[in-house]
Write a protein that binds this ligand. Structure first.
Ligand SMILES: Cc1cc2nc3c(=O)[nH]c(=O)nc-3n(C[C@H](O)[C@H](O)[C@H](O)COP(=O)(O)O)c2cc1C
Length: 407
């Protein structure tokens, strides 16, 4: 009996001595990130951590958000056909994109105004992608400059371009991208005009954010986010010279700056001017994909912008098989929109994608726990992908032909 009491007392003392360290860990970004076991849990944590308009900016989509929901639901209509009795003792996630190997077939999607979720913004996302052994893509609308991101982390990086009416600005973006080691140019073709995200309209979301009594009150209820924001506000796109411009809704600012006259001629022009690999993002039709190939695209991203642009399109996973058929290996294919699980990645690779891009999964991680959260988004998907590949009997991510069909 005495021995038992002695043991309990010793354990209690050790527990108490350890309490401050455990509390520190619990309330650190690392602790918060580690407690999230799924992308859905990262999303829930982000929803708690950042003010509603900031969460809605990342989470929301166009009009009735039908396409955004369909992007996720459509993965349920893809059926996996596991192979029995294969040796899966070593699962290999590596693949090759644009001539270089990445450690896993998951790439960081370009996201504008990422610094609203967390002041480290694209710097944190780039470090997380590079720690995972993969590529980060910097948006034209990024909160951090191309130079800052290049200095923050030395892994592979791509630059995403929106064609602006000010073609001189486009020229200077291309020059800076090349000078700062952005190896590929990704032209996004599905933002002819700004999509209408009604959550943003209702929340009065603007660039730079308008400070009202309501925003101040929201700041008080999200003290960790507010402390970061006050210390290092990243309120406008950093590469476009918008600092000091008057507050405007995001859609009116986009519609003022972006060029709605962009056509295939502009793609041909960019192909002639950009010396590195060229990727076209936002293709949803087989005929358009073939035209991209004919215009010299090295890669195509089957994407509907996560449902943030035209509501009512197919899910991107639904569009993938026909595009893969039509392209027939003449360009690399990647897919984004709706990736939330490792099995989604298996399905995308099986239906013809070489890799996937993740947008919101990274935004949730960043909002929930900064860089640690962005790293967690990669590690959750990596872990799920590893198990899913083993259970499917296909130990190599680069070799998944035949494991899935669309029902
Ligand atoms: C907050 C946010 C900002 C985005 N900004 C851009 C952008 O500036 N350029 C771009 O090409 N795509 C942008 N996208 C779209 C993503 O690159 C990607 O296509 C989409 O997020 C994929 O869907 P998912 O969020 O379900 O992964 C953005 C997406 C989000 C969520």
């Amino acid at each position: 009996m005495n021995d038992l009491l002695d043991l309990a007392a010793r354990q209690l003392r050790a527990d108490l001595a350890d309490a401050p360290a455990r509390a520190r860990k619990r309330f650190s970004d690392e602790g918060r990130a580690a407690r999230c076991r799924t992308i859905a849990e990262l999303r829930a944590a982000a929803k708690r951590a950042v003010p509603k308009p900031i969460f809605d900016y990342a989470d929301g989509a166009a009009w009735d958000e039908v396409t955004a929901r369909r992007n996720i639901a459509a993965f349920e209509d893809v059926t996996l056909h596991p192979l029995a009795l294969t040796d899966v003792s070593s699962v290999d996630l590596r693949t090759t994109v644009l001539g270089g190997e990445i450690a896993l077939p998951i790439i960081g999607a370009p996201t504008g105004l990422t610094g609203l979720q967390h002041p480290e913004g694209e710097l944190a996302v780039a470090r997380a992608a590079h720690a995972a052994g993969t590529i980060t893509t910097l948006s034209t609308m990024a909160s951090c400059t191309m130079e800052e991101v290049a200095a923050a982390s030395s892994g592979r990086r791509w630059f995403q371009l929106y064609v602006m009416s000010d073609r001189g600005l486009v020229d200077s973006l291309l020059e800076r991208a090349a000078a700062n080691g952005y190896e590929a140019l990704m032209l996004t073709v599905d933002v002819q005009v700004a999509g209408v995200r009604e959550r943003d309209v209702r929340n009065g979301f603007s660039v730079p954010p308008r400070i009202t009594l309501k925003t101040l009150a929201r700041g008080v209820t999200h003290p960790r986010w507010s402390a970061g924001f006050v210390a290092n506000p990243r309120m406008v796109p950093a590469n476009l010279g918008w600092e000091g411009s008057a507050t405007a809704t995001l859609s009116s600012a986009v519609n003022r700056a972006f060029d709605p006259t962009v056509t295939w001629d502009d793609l041909a022009d960019l192909r002639a001017r950009w010396k590195g690999p060229l990727i076209v993002k936002g293709v949803m039709r087989a005929d358009d994909a073939v035209r991209c190939v004919e215009h010299g695209a090295d890669a195509i991203i089957v994407s509907n912008h996560g449902g943030r642009q035209l509501d009512g399109t197919a899910a991107s996973i639904e569009a993938l098989p026909a595009i893969a058929d039509a392209v027939g290996g003449r360009a690399e294919l990647y897919l984004d929109s709706g990736i939330r699980r490792g099995t989604d990645i298996v399905k995308a690779l099986a239906l013809g994608a070489r890799a996937v891009l993740i947008g919101r999964a990274l935004m949730y991680g960043l909002g929930a726990a900064g860089e640690a959260g962005a790293r967690r988004a990669f590690s959750i998907l990596e872990g799920e992908l590893r198990v899913a590949l083993a259970l499917a009997g296909y130990p190599r991510a680069a070799d998944l032909e035949g494991v899935a069909t669309v029902s």
